[in-house]
Design a protein around this ligand. Structure first.
Ligand SMILES: [Zn+2]
Length: 461
Protein backbone atom coordinates (compact mmCIF):
# COMPACT_ATOMS: atom_id res chain seq x y z
CA UNK A 1 0.00 0.00 0.00
CA UNK A 2 2.11 2.79 -1.33
CA UNK A 3 1.63 6.55 -1.16
CA UNK A 4 -0.98 6.63 1.56
CA UNK A 5 -1.62 9.82 3.39
CA UNK A 6 0.39 9.08 6.50
CA UNK A 7 -1.84 10.86 9.02
CA UNK A 8 -5.02 9.21 7.77
CA UNK A 9 -3.33 5.82 7.59
CA UNK A 10 -1.97 6.17 11.14
CA UNK A 11 -5.43 7.06 12.40
CA UNK A 12 -6.93 4.07 10.59
CA UNK A 13 -4.31 1.75 12.09
CA UNK A 14 -4.99 3.03 15.59
CA UNK A 15 -8.74 2.55 15.25
CA UNK A 16 -8.82 -0.82 13.49
CA UNK A 17 -10.26 -2.85 16.38
CA UNK A 18 -13.05 -0.41 17.13
CA UNK A 19 -13.86 -0.25 13.42
CA UNK A 20 -14.20 -4.03 13.17
CA UNK A 21 -16.56 -4.02 16.18
CA UNK A 22 -18.68 -1.35 14.52
CA UNK A 23 -18.73 -3.30 11.23
CA UNK A 24 -19.87 -6.39 13.13
CA UNK A 25 -22.59 -4.46 14.96
CA UNK A 26 -23.97 -3.28 11.60
CA UNK A 27 -23.88 -6.86 10.24
CA UNK A 28 -25.81 -8.16 13.26
CA UNK A 29 -28.95 -6.29 12.20
CA UNK A 30 -30.97 -8.70 10.00
CA UNK A 31 -32.20 -6.04 7.57
CA UNK A 32 -33.78 -8.34 4.96
CA UNK A 33 -35.96 -6.03 2.85
CA UNK A 34 -37.80 -8.80 0.99
CA UNK A 35 -39.38 -10.26 4.16
CA UNK A 36 -42.15 -8.23 5.88
CA UNK A 37 -41.17 -9.81 9.23
CA UNK A 38 -37.90 -7.88 9.03
CA UNK A 39 -39.41 -4.42 8.43
CA UNK A 40 -38.45 -3.33 11.97
CA UNK A 41 -34.91 -4.62 11.43
CA UNK A 42 -34.64 -2.49 8.29
CA UNK A 43 -35.70 0.57 10.30
CA UNK A 44 -33.21 -0.39 13.00
CA UNK A 45 -30.42 -0.58 10.39
CA UNK A 46 -31.45 2.82 9.00
CA UNK A 47 -31.30 4.42 12.45
CA UNK A 48 -28.00 2.69 13.17
CA UNK A 49 -26.57 4.17 9.96
CA UNK A 50 -27.85 7.67 10.69
CA UNK A 51 -26.16 7.49 14.11
CA UNK A 52 -22.92 6.16 12.60
CA UNK A 53 -22.90 8.98 10.01
CA UNK A 54 -23.36 11.58 12.74
CA UNK A 55 -20.68 9.99 14.90
CA UNK A 56 -18.32 10.10 11.89
CA UNK A 57 -18.75 13.89 11.80
CA UNK A 58 -21.18 14.04 8.89
CA UNK A 59 -24.15 16.36 9.12
CA UNK A 60 -27.91 16.49 8.59
CA UNK A 61 -28.23 12.73 9.07
CA UNK A 62 -31.81 11.84 8.37
CA UNK A 63 -33.94 8.72 8.16
CA UNK A 64 -36.25 9.68 5.30
CA UNK A 65 -39.63 7.99 5.01
CA UNK A 66 -40.45 6.69 1.55
CA UNK A 67 -43.40 4.34 2.05
CA UNK A 68 -40.94 1.45 2.01
CA UNK A 69 -37.79 0.92 4.06
CA UNK A 70 -36.42 4.41 4.78
CA UNK A 71 -33.59 6.07 2.88
CA UNK A 72 -30.74 7.37 5.01
CA UNK A 73 -29.30 10.72 3.99
CA UNK A 74 -26.37 12.72 5.38
CA UNK A 75 -23.92 15.24 3.98
CA UNK A 76 -20.85 17.35 4.55
CA UNK A 77 -20.93 20.56 2.51
CA UNK A 78 -18.15 22.85 3.67
CA UNK A 79 -15.90 22.86 0.60
CA UNK A 80 -17.52 25.66 -1.44
CA UNK A 81 -14.91 25.63 -4.21
CA UNK A 82 -14.76 21.86 -4.58
CA UNK A 83 -17.04 19.43 -6.42
CA UNK A 84 -19.87 17.56 -4.75
CA UNK A 85 -19.92 13.78 -4.67
CA UNK A 86 -23.05 11.70 -4.16
CA UNK A 87 -22.38 8.31 -2.56
CA UNK A 88 -24.92 5.52 -2.97
CA UNK A 89 -25.09 2.17 -1.19
CA UNK A 90 -27.73 -0.03 0.42
CA UNK A 91 -28.18 -1.30 3.96
CA UNK A 92 -30.70 -4.05 3.19
CA UNK A 93 -29.59 -7.61 2.54
CA UNK A 94 -30.80 -10.72 0.75
CA UNK A 95 -32.71 -13.47 2.60
CA UNK A 96 -30.47 -16.19 4.08
CA UNK A 97 -32.06 -19.38 2.73
CA UNK A 98 -30.91 -22.11 2.51
CA UNK A 99 -29.89 -21.52 6.12
CA UNK A 100 -28.45 -25.03 6.71
CA UNK A 101 -25.68 -24.35 4.18
CA UNK A 102 -24.21 -21.57 6.36
CA UNK A 103 -21.20 -22.66 8.42
CA UNK A 104 -22.07 -20.03 11.06
CA UNK A 105 -25.28 -18.05 11.70
CA UNK A 106 -25.65 -15.36 9.00
CA UNK A 107 -26.23 -12.50 11.46
CA UNK A 108 -23.49 -13.48 13.89
CA UNK A 109 -20.40 -12.21 12.06
CA UNK A 110 -17.19 -14.19 12.58
CA UNK A 111 -13.67 -13.56 11.42
CA UNK A 112 -11.99 -16.59 9.87
CA UNK A 113 -8.46 -15.87 8.69
CA UNK A 114 -8.62 -12.82 6.40
CA UNK A 115 -12.36 -13.06 5.99
CA UNK A 116 -15.39 -11.81 7.81
CA UNK A 117 -18.43 -14.02 7.29
CA UNK A 118 -21.98 -12.71 7.54
CA UNK A 119 -24.93 -11.80 5.35
CA UNK A 120 -24.20 -8.33 3.96
CA UNK A 121 -20.45 -8.47 4.71
CA UNK A 122 -19.78 -7.65 1.05
CA UNK A 123 -23.18 -6.77 -0.46
CA UNK A 124 -23.44 -4.06 0.58
CA UNK A 125 -23.04 -3.29 4.28
CA UNK A 126 -19.26 -3.71 4.24
CA UNK A 127 -18.93 -1.16 1.46
CA UNK A 128 -21.38 1.30 3.05
CA UNK A 129 -19.45 0.97 6.30
CA UNK A 130 -16.16 1.62 4.49
CA UNK A 131 -17.53 4.90 3.13
CA UNK A 132 -18.52 6.09 6.60
CA UNK A 133 -15.19 5.02 8.09
CA UNK A 134 -13.28 6.85 5.34
CA UNK A 135 -15.10 10.10 6.12
CA UNK A 136 -14.62 9.52 9.85
CA UNK A 137 -10.86 9.07 9.41
CA UNK A 138 -10.41 12.19 7.28
CA UNK A 139 -12.56 14.34 9.57
CA UNK A 140 -10.78 13.03 12.69
CA UNK A 141 -7.34 13.82 11.32
CA UNK A 142 -7.94 16.94 9.23
CA UNK A 143 -11.22 18.37 10.42
CA UNK A 144 -12.55 18.75 6.90
CA UNK A 145 -13.17 16.77 3.72
CA UNK A 146 -11.51 17.89 0.48
CA UNK A 147 -14.84 17.69 -1.38
CA UNK A 148 -18.53 18.00 -0.52
CA UNK A 149 -20.18 14.62 -0.01
CA UNK A 150 -23.85 13.62 0.10
CA UNK A 151 -24.72 10.10 1.22
CA UNK A 152 -27.80 8.19 0.06
CA UNK A 153 -28.17 4.75 1.61
CA UNK A 154 -31.19 2.80 0.48
CA UNK A 155 -32.97 -0.07 2.28
CA UNK A 156 -34.79 -1.67 -0.60
CA UNK A 157 -32.17 -2.48 -3.23
CA UNK A 158 -32.52 -6.23 -2.86
CA UNK A 159 -36.27 -6.05 -3.44
CA UNK A 160 -36.77 -3.70 -6.44
CA UNK A 161 -35.79 -0.20 -5.16
CA UNK A 162 -39.42 0.76 -5.80
CA UNK A 163 -39.27 3.93 -3.69
CA UNK A 164 -35.84 5.18 -4.71
CA UNK A 165 -36.81 6.69 -8.08
CA UNK A 166 -39.71 8.77 -6.70
CA UNK A 167 -37.51 9.90 -3.78
CA UNK A 168 -34.66 10.93 -6.09
CA UNK A 169 -37.16 12.84 -8.23
CA UNK A 170 -38.66 14.62 -5.20
CA UNK A 171 -35.22 15.43 -3.74
CA UNK A 172 -33.54 16.37 -7.01
CA UNK A 173 -32.54 19.87 -5.84
CA UNK A 174 -31.08 18.71 -2.54
CA UNK A 175 -29.15 15.94 -4.32
CA UNK A 176 -27.41 18.23 -6.81
CA UNK A 177 -23.87 16.93 -7.32
CA UNK A 178 -21.13 16.46 -9.91
CA UNK A 179 -20.73 12.69 -9.85
CA UNK A 180 -22.21 9.61 -8.17
CA UNK A 181 -19.97 6.98 -6.63
CA UNK A 182 -21.68 3.61 -6.17
CA UNK A 183 -19.85 0.97 -4.16
CA UNK A 184 -21.96 -2.14 -4.74
CA UNK A 185 -19.93 -4.08 -7.29
CA UNK A 186 -16.74 -6.06 -7.11
CA UNK A 187 -13.26 -6.84 -8.27
CA UNK A 188 -12.44 -9.04 -11.25
CA UNK A 189 -11.62 -12.72 -10.92
CA UNK A 190 -8.44 -13.19 -8.90
CA UNK A 191 -9.50 -10.30 -6.64
CA UNK A 192 -8.00 -7.75 -9.03
CA UNK A 193 -8.93 -4.09 -8.40
CA UNK A 194 -11.51 -3.07 -10.97
CA UNK A 195 -13.83 -0.29 -12.02
CA UNK A 196 -17.12 -1.25 -13.62
CA UNK A 197 -17.47 1.16 -16.54
CA UNK A 198 -20.83 0.17 -17.87
CA UNK A 199 -23.97 -1.84 -17.37
CA UNK A 200 -26.25 -2.94 -20.12
CA UNK A 201 -29.85 -1.81 -20.27
CA UNK A 202 -32.77 -3.93 -21.34
CA UNK A 203 -35.84 -3.87 -23.58
CA UNK A 204 -38.24 -6.75 -23.00
CA UNK A 205 -41.12 -7.41 -25.42
CA UNK A 206 -43.64 -10.06 -26.37
CA UNK A 207 -44.59 -10.97 -29.92
CA UNK A 208 -48.06 -12.48 -30.37
CA UNK A 209 -49.15 -14.02 -33.65
CA UNK A 210 -52.85 -14.89 -33.84
CA UNK A 211 -54.70 -16.77 -36.56
CA UNK A 212 -58.05 -18.40 -35.89
CA UNK A 213 -60.13 -18.61 -32.70
CA UNK A 214 -59.35 -22.31 -32.22
CA UNK A 215 -56.73 -24.74 -33.50
CA UNK A 216 -57.47 -26.08 -36.99
CA UNK A 217 -57.14 -29.61 -38.43
CA UNK A 218 -53.91 -29.54 -40.43
CA UNK A 219 -55.21 -32.08 -42.93
CA UNK A 220 -58.39 -30.16 -43.62
CA UNK A 221 -56.95 -26.60 -43.56
CA UNK A 222 -53.22 -27.13 -44.18
CA UNK A 223 -52.20 -25.36 -47.36
CA UNK A 224 -55.06 -22.87 -47.21
CA UNK A 225 -54.19 -20.76 -44.18
CA UNK A 226 -51.15 -19.13 -42.55
CA UNK A 227 -49.75 -21.10 -39.60
CA UNK A 228 -49.07 -18.71 -36.67
CA UNK A 229 -46.17 -20.85 -35.39
CA UNK A 230 -44.52 -20.87 -38.83
CA UNK A 231 -45.16 -17.13 -39.15
CA UNK A 232 -43.61 -16.44 -35.75
CA UNK A 233 -40.56 -18.55 -36.62
CA UNK A 234 -40.16 -16.57 -39.83
CA UNK A 235 -40.32 -13.29 -37.89
CA UNK A 236 -37.77 -14.45 -35.32
CA UNK A 237 -35.45 -15.78 -38.00
CA UNK A 238 -35.59 -12.35 -39.64
CA UNK A 239 -34.49 -10.45 -36.53
CA UNK A 240 -30.86 -11.51 -36.68
CA UNK A 241 -28.50 -12.41 -39.50
CA UNK A 242 -26.05 -15.35 -39.62
CA UNK A 243 -23.32 -12.79 -38.87
CA UNK A 244 -24.91 -12.16 -35.47
CA UNK A 245 -25.98 -8.63 -36.48
CA UNK A 246 -29.44 -7.51 -35.45
CA UNK A 247 -31.39 -6.57 -38.59
CA UNK A 248 -33.83 -4.09 -37.05
CA UNK A 249 -33.30 -0.86 -39.01
CA UNK A 250 -31.75 1.83 -36.80
CA UNK A 251 -30.97 -0.63 -34.00
CA UNK A 252 -27.28 0.32 -33.86
CA UNK A 253 -27.77 4.07 -34.41
CA UNK A 254 -27.17 5.04 -30.77
CA UNK A 255 -24.44 2.51 -30.03
CA UNK A 256 -21.24 4.40 -29.29
CA UNK A 257 -18.39 2.44 -30.91
CA UNK A 258 -15.57 1.11 -28.76
CA UNK A 259 -12.41 3.18 -28.88
CA UNK A 260 -8.97 1.65 -29.28
CA UNK A 261 -8.37 2.29 -25.57
CA UNK A 262 -11.66 0.54 -24.72
CA UNK A 263 -10.71 -2.47 -26.79
CA UNK A 264 -7.28 -2.80 -25.26
CA UNK A 265 -8.77 -2.46 -21.74
CA UNK A 266 -11.15 -5.33 -22.53
CA UNK A 267 -8.33 -7.38 -24.02
CA UNK A 268 -6.31 -6.82 -20.82
CA UNK A 269 -8.87 -8.66 -18.68
CA UNK A 270 -7.60 -12.06 -17.65
CA UNK A 271 -10.03 -14.34 -19.50
CA UNK A 272 -9.54 -17.93 -20.59
CA UNK A 273 -11.89 -18.36 -23.50
CA UNK A 274 -11.31 -22.12 -23.85
CA UNK A 275 -12.05 -22.66 -20.16
CA UNK A 276 -15.13 -20.44 -20.39
CA UNK A 277 -16.42 -22.57 -23.27
CA UNK A 278 -15.54 -25.83 -21.51
CA UNK A 279 -17.35 -24.71 -18.33
CA UNK A 280 -20.46 -24.09 -20.40
CA UNK A 281 -20.09 -27.48 -22.10
CA UNK A 282 -20.75 -25.93 -25.50
CA UNK A 283 -19.35 -27.00 -28.89
CA UNK A 284 -18.64 -23.38 -29.85
CA UNK A 285 -19.06 -19.75 -28.74
CA UNK A 286 -20.96 -17.61 -31.22
CA UNK A 287 -21.93 -13.97 -31.62
CA UNK A 288 -21.64 -10.81 -33.65
CA UNK A 289 -18.75 -10.96 -36.11
CA UNK A 290 -15.88 -8.56 -35.63
CA UNK A 291 -15.96 -8.61 -31.82
CA UNK A 292 -14.28 -10.76 -29.18
CA UNK A 293 -16.30 -12.84 -26.73
CA UNK A 294 -15.74 -10.35 -23.89
CA UNK A 295 -16.66 -7.42 -26.12
CA UNK A 296 -19.86 -9.16 -27.18
CA UNK A 297 -20.72 -10.09 -23.60
CA UNK A 298 -20.38 -6.66 -22.07
CA UNK A 299 -20.21 -3.86 -24.61
CA UNK A 300 -22.35 -4.90 -27.57
CA UNK A 301 -26.14 -5.07 -27.70
CA UNK A 302 -27.96 -8.40 -28.03
CA UNK A 303 -31.29 -9.81 -29.09
CA UNK A 304 -32.45 -13.08 -27.57
CA UNK A 305 -35.61 -15.13 -27.52
CA UNK A 306 -36.35 -15.81 -23.86
CA UNK A 307 -39.43 -17.96 -24.39
CA UNK A 308 -41.34 -19.45 -27.28
CA UNK A 309 -44.67 -21.24 -27.24
CA UNK A 310 -47.64 -22.20 -29.34
CA UNK A 311 -49.47 -25.25 -30.66
CA UNK A 312 -49.35 -28.76 -29.33
CA UNK A 313 -46.88 -29.29 -26.47
CA UNK A 314 -47.93 -32.76 -25.26
CA UNK A 315 -46.49 -36.18 -25.91
CA UNK A 316 -46.91 -37.85 -29.28
CA UNK A 317 -48.48 -36.09 -32.25
CA UNK A 318 -51.52 -33.94 -32.77
CA UNK A 319 -52.11 -32.65 -36.27
CA UNK A 320 -53.17 -29.04 -35.82
CA UNK A 321 -52.51 -25.61 -37.14
CA UNK A 322 -52.15 -23.69 -33.88
CA UNK A 323 -54.54 -20.82 -33.31
CA UNK A 324 -51.73 -18.64 -31.99
CA UNK A 325 -48.01 -18.52 -31.19
CA UNK A 326 -45.94 -16.30 -28.91
CA UNK A 327 -42.39 -15.29 -28.11
CA UNK A 328 -40.72 -13.27 -25.39
CA UNK A 329 -37.85 -11.34 -26.88
CA UNK A 330 -35.36 -9.11 -25.09
CA UNK A 331 -32.47 -6.92 -26.08
CA UNK A 332 -29.56 -6.01 -23.83
CA UNK A 333 -28.67 -2.42 -24.66
CA UNK A 334 -25.48 -0.40 -24.46
CA UNK A 335 -24.19 3.18 -24.28
CA UNK A 336 -26.77 5.66 -25.63
CA UNK A 337 -29.43 3.15 -26.75
CA UNK A 338 -32.90 4.01 -25.51
CA UNK A 339 -35.17 1.04 -24.67
CA UNK A 340 -38.35 2.74 -25.88
CA UNK A 341 -36.79 3.77 -29.21
CA UNK A 342 -35.44 0.23 -29.62
CA UNK A 343 -38.91 -1.16 -28.90
CA UNK A 344 -40.51 1.13 -31.49
CA UNK A 345 -37.92 0.04 -34.05
CA UNK A 346 -38.59 -3.63 -33.23
CA UNK A 347 -42.33 -3.16 -33.56
CA UNK A 348 -42.04 -1.38 -36.91
CA UNK A 349 -39.68 -4.03 -38.25
CA UNK A 350 -41.85 -6.96 -37.08
CA UNK A 351 -44.85 -5.31 -38.79
CA UNK A 352 -42.78 -5.04 -41.96
CA UNK A 353 -41.58 -8.66 -42.03
CA UNK A 354 -44.69 -10.37 -40.56
CA UNK A 355 -46.15 -12.78 -43.11
CA UNK A 356 -49.73 -12.17 -44.28
CA UNK A 357 -52.74 -14.15 -43.09
CA UNK A 358 -52.28 -13.63 -39.33
CA UNK A 359 -52.49 -10.75 -36.87
CA UNK A 360 -49.14 -9.88 -35.27
CA UNK A 361 -48.69 -7.58 -32.28
CA UNK A 362 -45.63 -6.52 -30.30
CA UNK A 363 -45.98 -5.36 -26.69
CA UNK A 364 -43.37 -3.75 -24.44
CA UNK A 365 -43.10 -5.65 -21.13
CA UNK A 366 -40.22 -3.84 -19.46
CA UNK A 367 -37.23 -1.62 -19.93
CA UNK A 368 -34.12 -0.29 -18.25
CA UNK A 369 -31.61 2.26 -19.49
CA UNK A 370 -27.98 1.28 -20.08
CA UNK A 371 -25.34 3.17 -18.16
CA UNK A 372 -21.81 4.07 -19.13
CA UNK A 373 -19.17 6.35 -17.71
CA UNK A 374 -16.31 6.28 -20.20
CA UNK A 375 -12.80 5.19 -19.45
CA UNK A 376 -11.51 8.68 -20.10
CA UNK A 377 -14.06 10.49 -17.89
CA UNK A 378 -12.16 12.56 -15.26
CA UNK A 379 -14.04 10.78 -12.43
CA UNK A 380 -13.09 7.35 -13.82
CA UNK A 381 -9.49 8.50 -14.09
CA UNK A 382 -9.59 9.76 -10.48
CA UNK A 383 -10.96 6.43 -9.25
CA UNK A 384 -8.24 4.61 -11.17
CA UNK A 385 -5.55 6.76 -9.54
CA UNK A 386 -7.04 6.14 -6.08
CA UNK A 387 -7.12 2.36 -6.64
CA UNK A 388 -3.59 2.36 -7.97
CA UNK A 389 -2.29 4.39 -5.02
CA UNK A 390 -3.87 2.09 -2.44
CA UNK A 391 -4.05 -1.40 -3.98
CA UNK A 392 -0.75 -0.92 -5.82
CA UNK A 393 -1.90 -1.88 -9.30
CA UNK A 394 -3.64 -0.37 -12.27
CA UNK A 395 -7.30 -1.34 -12.16
CA UNK A 396 -9.06 -3.45 -14.74
CA UNK A 397 -12.15 -2.09 -16.46
CA UNK A 398 -15.25 -4.26 -16.43
CA UNK A 399 -18.22 -3.88 -18.74
CA UNK A 400 -21.02 -5.73 -17.02
CA UNK A 401 -23.44 -7.63 -19.21
CA UNK A 402 -26.32 -7.28 -16.75
CA UNK A 403 -28.08 -4.30 -15.24
CA UNK A 404 -28.17 -2.46 -11.89
CA UNK A 405 -31.41 -0.46 -12.25
CA UNK A 406 -30.48 2.11 -9.56
CA UNK A 407 -27.45 3.05 -11.57
CA UNK A 408 -29.57 4.09 -14.53
CA UNK A 409 -31.88 6.01 -12.14
CA UNK A 410 -29.04 8.28 -11.07
CA UNK A 411 -28.23 8.90 -14.71
CA UNK A 412 -31.77 9.48 -15.91
CA UNK A 413 -33.27 11.27 -12.86
CA UNK A 414 -30.30 13.29 -11.63
CA UNK A 415 -28.42 13.48 -14.93
CA UNK A 416 -25.16 12.55 -13.24
CA UNK A 417 -22.26 10.36 -14.34
CA UNK A 418 -21.92 7.24 -12.18
CA UNK A 419 -18.64 5.60 -11.23
CA UNK A 420 -19.02 2.02 -10.03
CA UNK A 421 -16.19 1.62 -7.56
CA UNK A 422 -16.89 -1.64 -5.75
CA UNK A 423 -14.62 -3.72 -3.55
CA UNK A 424 -16.34 -7.11 -3.28
CA UNK A 425 -14.15 -10.12 -3.93
CA UNK A 426 -15.53 -11.87 -7.03
CA UNK A 427 -16.36 -15.10 -5.16
CA UNK A 428 -17.83 -13.36 -2.07
CA UNK A 429 -21.04 -15.47 -2.16
CA UNK A 430 -23.22 -12.37 -2.36
CA UNK A 431 -26.87 -13.52 -2.23
CA UNK A 432 -25.67 -17.05 -1.28
CA UNK A 433 -24.81 -18.89 1.94
CA UNK A 434 -21.51 -17.99 3.66
CA UNK A 435 -21.21 -14.48 2.24
CA UNK A 436 -17.83 -13.04 3.12
CA UNK A 437 -15.68 -9.97 2.71
CA UNK A 438 -11.93 -9.90 2.53
CA UNK A 439 -10.81 -7.77 5.49
CA UNK A 440 -7.79 -6.64 3.51
CA UNK A 441 -10.07 -5.35 0.72
CA UNK A 442 -12.26 -3.70 3.34
CA UNK A 443 -9.39 -1.89 5.06
CA UNK A 444 -7.78 -0.86 1.77
CA UNK A 445 -11.14 0.26 0.37
CA UNK A 446 -11.39 2.81 3.19
CA UNK A 447 -8.01 4.21 2.14
CA UNK A 448 -9.07 4.16 -1.52
CA UNK A 449 -12.19 6.18 -0.76
CA UNK A 450 -10.20 8.66 1.35
CA UNK A 451 -7.74 8.99 -1.50
CA UNK A 452 -10.50 9.35 -4.08
CA UNK A 453 -11.95 12.41 -2.34
CA UNK A 454 -8.54 14.07 -2.68
CA UNK A 455 -8.26 12.98 -6.33
CA UNK A 456 -11.67 14.44 -7.16
CA UNK A 457 -10.87 17.97 -5.98
CA UNK A 458 -10.05 19.00 -9.56
CA UNK A 459 -13.02 17.31 -11.17
CA UNK A 460 -14.34 19.68 -13.86
CA UNK A 461 -17.74 21.00 -12.76
ZN1 LIG B 1 -25.88 -4.86 -3.58
Amino acid sequence: MAHLDADIDAHLRATEDARLESYKAFLRIPSISALPDHADDCRHAARWLADALTEAGLEHAEVAETGGPPIVYADWLHAPDAPTILVYGHYDVQPVDPIDLWTSPPFEPVVVGDRILARGAADDKGQVHAHIMAAAAILATRGRLPVNVKYVFEGEEESTSAHLGPWLTAERDRLAADVVIISDTGFFEGNLPSITLSLRGIMYAQIDVVGTDVDLHSGVYGGAVQNPANALSQIIAGLKGPDGRIRIPGFYDDVVPLSEEDRSAIAALPFDEALYQADLGLPALVGEVGYTTLERRGSRPTLDVNGLWGGFQGEGSKTIIPAHAHAKVSCRLVTAQNPVRVFEALRAYVEEIAPPGVRTTVTLLGSGDPSLTPLDHPATRAAARALEATFGRTPLYIREGGSIPVCASFGSILGLPVVLLGFMPPDAHAHAPNEWMDLGNYETSIRTIARLWAELVDLPR
